[in-house]
Design a protein around this ligand. Structure first.
Ligand code: ZN
Ligand code: ZN
Length: 437
């Protein structure tokens, strides 16, 4: 089996690179993955997977940080011009850019799900010859959209895995589900898929990421230090007035936001673990001699556990409300994204660890976990739901050399990592009957 698998993976290596470079060139940020989603759907359909798409796998009102209806429409038009396959587009229209592909082997066995994300970031890509994607002609052609986190690679890995699993279907048991998620950046998309029930029947779950500070050639089988997080947009609305003539008639939204920002950084630490607070954006005011009637603040809270994040979040709500009261202004709060903390299932991590060590010689090192710099990841919603239902879940990180850090305009990764990832994930699927769930 191992030789056959290696052969299939060798055959798909060029295609992995082609997909990755195509998705990279036509980078699409969260909820705008129209072109990407149609290409993914077409390939999975061609392979014979049964597909659920759009509103079947995304609960509309559980989407967070959704762009305006106008922006969604404009981006859909842009995607059409860039070669989106229009037959599939109606499924994804309006920001429902998710796909779940199922392969039912017809044999008894667990349901195994793999989740990859598809979105780019809202940033411009470096366009100089020193940056390989530019030098090789596949840097992003879309302004303010760039694959600077490797999700282009994740999407390609998902398609590569779909190919290999289908080819060796007779070796598999149970059901395989491939989940292609939109809008991971800003932790906005996963919850809507979880609430649509896409992992309610899943026994074993794997999410993946490449890079993240893990050394080239290494696999971390159970990443466990994602922070729980909440992203909120706060808008203060006051009353504008002449700053010299009638200051007493104004209600100062800028001051409310400024006081809130200072108050937020004074939230106490929690004895049970680490927390974070950040006010990343504060925009306010209209003119030098006008009492500012409008302010926007973009805030995020994080915590080592859900409990700690909730503590910080609730404190933040008090401070935001208190600052409004101090200035007599109104305020509006919008939750733009959220993720949980989640611990991988130890026996599942152990199984993957053994499999990877035994069958994937391309990996120079396999570890159970590695403490990488803490961020957040909304795959934790899938993990927690699967575990609540008695299943097993984990998060794999495939190490890669990076040309610059994640979310940097010069980000790029070693494309060989995609082949190693497909081989590892396929190996786990092929040996699933050895896992004592
Ligand atoms: Zn990222
Ligand atoms: Zn990422």
């Amino acid at each position: 089996m191992n030789n056959l698998l290696s052969e299939s993976i060798q055959q798909i290596t060029g295609q992995l690179k082609n997909w990755r470079r195509d998705f990279h060139h036509f980078a699409e940020s969260g909820w705008f993955e129209f072109r990407t989603a149609t290409i993914v759907a077409e390939e999975l359909h061609r392979l014979g997977y049964s597909l659920k798409m759009g509103q079947e796998v995304i609960k509309a009102d559980a989407r967070m940080g959704l762009p305006s209806a106008q922006a969604l429409q404009d981006q859909e038009q842009r995607a059409i011009k860039q070669g989106a396959l229009t037959a599939w587009l109606p499924h994804f229209s309006g920001g429902f850019t998710g796909i779940v592909a199922t392969l039912d082997t017809g044999k008894p066995g667990p349901t195994l799900a793999f989740r990859v994300d598809m979105d780019a970031l809202d940033q411009n890509e470096e366009q100089t010859p020193a940056h390989r994607p530019y030098a090789d002609g596949f840097s992003s052609c879309n302004a303010h959209m760039m694959h600077a986190c490797g999700h282009d690679g994740h999407t390609a890995i998902g398609l590569g895995l779909a190919n290999v699993l289908k080819k060796h279907e007779s070796q598999l048991i149970g059901k395989i589900k491939l989940i292609f998620q939109p809008a991971e950046e800003g932790t906005r998309g996963a919850k809507s898929m979880v609430e649509a029930g896409v992992v309610d029947d899943v026994d074993c779950f794997i999410a993946i990421h490449i890079g993240l500070g893990v050394p080239q050639g290494e696999l971390a089988c159970g990443s466990d230090n994602f922070l729980a997080t909440s992203k909120i947009d706060v808008t203060y609305c006051g009353v504008a007035s002449h700053a010299g003539g009638k200051p007493e008639e104004g209600k100062n939204a800028l001051l409310a936001a400024a006081q809130a920002a200072l108050g937020l950084y004074a939230i106490p630490h929690h004895s049970k673990g680490s927390s974070r607070i950040n006010v990343g954006v504060l925009q306010a005011g209209i003119g030098r001699n006008v009492i500012p009637d409008h302010a926007l603040m973009k805030v995020e809270t994080r915590g080592e556990t859900n409990e700690i994040n909730e503590f910080v979040y609730n404190q933040a709500l008090n401070i935001i409300a208190g600052a409004a009261k101090m200035q007599g202004v109104e305020y509006k709060l919008e939750l733009m994204g959220a993720a949980q903390s989640s611990q991988p299932s130890p026996r599942w991590v152990d199984f993957i660890y053994q499999q990877a060590r035994q069958y994937v010689p391309e990996l120079s090192s396999v570890v159970r976990s590695r403490k990488q710099p803490a961020g957040s990841e909304d795959a934790t919603y899938f993990m927690e739901r699967v575990k609540e239902n008695g299943g097993q879940a984990t998060y794999l990180i495939f190490g890669s050399e990076l040309s610059a850090g994640h979310h940097n305009e010069r980000f790029d990764f070693d494309e060989n990592v995609m082949t190693t990832a497909v081989k590892t994930l396929a190996t786990i699927a092929f040996h699933l009957s050895d896992f004592e769930g």
